[in-house]
Design a protein around this ligand. Structure first.
Ligand code: V47
Length: 387
């Protein structure tokens, strides 16, 4: 099976985007003139280059460089979709120190597992609402049979055949393969047969062993996370990739994470978008750590845009960044705001104070007020309507 080609034609424009003279000079003054020249020439950046960008105090100039890359690819186009999130269970065997969402055992206070009919009722409730995607991510629940998951996908598709199911992180696919004695291909094929359309990018956290051992010692390792995505790409599924940043990782570990994704993307071309996820500290075991500032978030989005030269999209996920920072990030390399979301749980249990959802008109307004052109997309970045 070949990958579907997203219809992402860059907007036509009369002049090629250029770096302003001010940004050009600011990068020179910051000692980043060689990296500016590499990016302008379309050359690939190395690990050391990425760390230098991250270390730079010239954040506005680095942002302008990322913006150049963004505008070369997409002009002012900025994508969003109308989606909803379902987390069918928060029972989870994994013990990730940063997680505030999952509860260890069935029966614990606050632990829940939805009946399939309950999950479907979330979709039924939106029968008069325009929604193109359901994003499904779950805890690693030891008490459910494998059939629960394909049955869940089938039931959702039966209720709303028009909705794209983007679901199940590589962590979940790896867990089911181990627990139920299946290969990644077998798990994915059962999900595809049930109606799975693509996979989200969660569970990547930080690939470097040192940090991963501390953050999520009993979760899928880096090589297997990447192998699940590679397998999905080979089976024709598009997937996303995330990075949890701002907890205990070092700057070079963030850049290393991006490079490992870039290498797999060179091989398969199956990633659609990269989503840096800002660490939130409430209700988890890393409460002692400060959360990343807006400046660190913007710099991370900018460095991502510059390092990931083979990723089409960089997503500013507003529930975790804050609406204001997500809007600003549209000038720091990001070109996608995710969507309406509805009922986000993972970040809100970790202390996010963003709204539970944004309406389509609010997203359009945010994008327009940033001086960009909103494009409503489906999950595969096909244009649904020009807003
Ligand atoms: O894998 C959990 C992260 C992820 C915390 O693919 C935390 O389109 C910060 O993957 N602080 C789940 N991060 C969310 C996710 C996602 C979100 C939006 C869009 C897409 C997509 C994917 O959230 C987890 C983990 O990395 N996470 N707890 C926390 N306290």
């Amino acid at each position: 099976m070949t990958l579907a080609t997203p219809e992402t034609t860059p907007p036509t424009r009369s002049t090629e985007p250029r770096l302003s003279t001010i940004a050009h000079r600011a990068l020179e003054r910051a000692g980043l003139g060689d990296l500016r020249d590499k990016v302008v020439a379309g050359e690939r950046l190395s690990l050391e280059d990425g760390v230098r960008l991250y270390d730079s105090p010239a954040i506005a100039a680095v942002g302008a460089l990322a913006n150049l890359v963004r505008e070369r690819r997409h002009g002012d186009w900025t994508w969003f979709n109308r989606n909803l999130h379902i987390n069918a269970t928060n029972v989870c065997e994994a013990d990730c120190v940063f997680c505030s969402f999952a509860r260890i055992k069935t029966g614990d206070p606050n632990a829940y597992t939805m009946e399939i009919s309950e999950a479907v009722s979330r979709i039924t409730a939106l029968k008069d609402t325009f929604v193109t995607e359901v994003h499904i991510v779950n805890g690693l629940n030891p008490d459910l049979p494998f059939s629960y998951y394909p049955d869940l996908i089938k039931a959702i598709k039966q209720e709303r055949p028009d909705i794209h199911v983007k679901g199940f992180t590589a962590v979940e696919i790896h867990y089911y393969a181990q627990k139920y004695g299946m290969t990644y291909e077998e798990v994915l094929q059962r999900f595809i047969d049930a109606g799975l359309g693509s996979m989200p990018g969660g569970g990547a956290e930080i690939f470097a062993d040192r940090a991963r051992r501390k953050l999520c010692p009993d979760k899928v390792g880096t090589d297997d996370w990447l192998l699940v995505h590679k397998t999905a790409h080979q089976m024709g599924l598009r997937t996303n990739a995330t990075m949890l940043f701002g907890s205990i990782e070092r700057l070079e570990e963030r850049v290393d994470h991006m490079i490992r994704l870039r290498e797999l993307q060179d091989e398969t071309g199956g990633f659609q978008t990269f989503i840096p996820l800002k660490f939130h500290r409430t209700n988890n075991r890393l409460q002692r750590l400060p959360e990343p500032t807006a400046q660190e978030c913007l710099l991370t989005l900018a460095v991502s845009r510059l390092m990931l030269d083979n990723f089409d999209h960089i997503k500013a996920y507003w529930p975790m960044l804050s609406v204001e920072t997500a809007q600003l990030s549209l000038s720091f390399g990001a070109d996608d705001l995710d969507g309406t979301v509805r009922e986000e749980r993972i970040y809100h249990m970790a202390g996010a104070t963003t709204p539970q959802m944004l309406g389509r008109d609010q997203l359009v307004d945010l994008i327009r007020r940033a001086g960009r052109i909103p494009i409503e997309r489906d999950t595969l970045y096909r244009t649904v309507a020009s807003a």
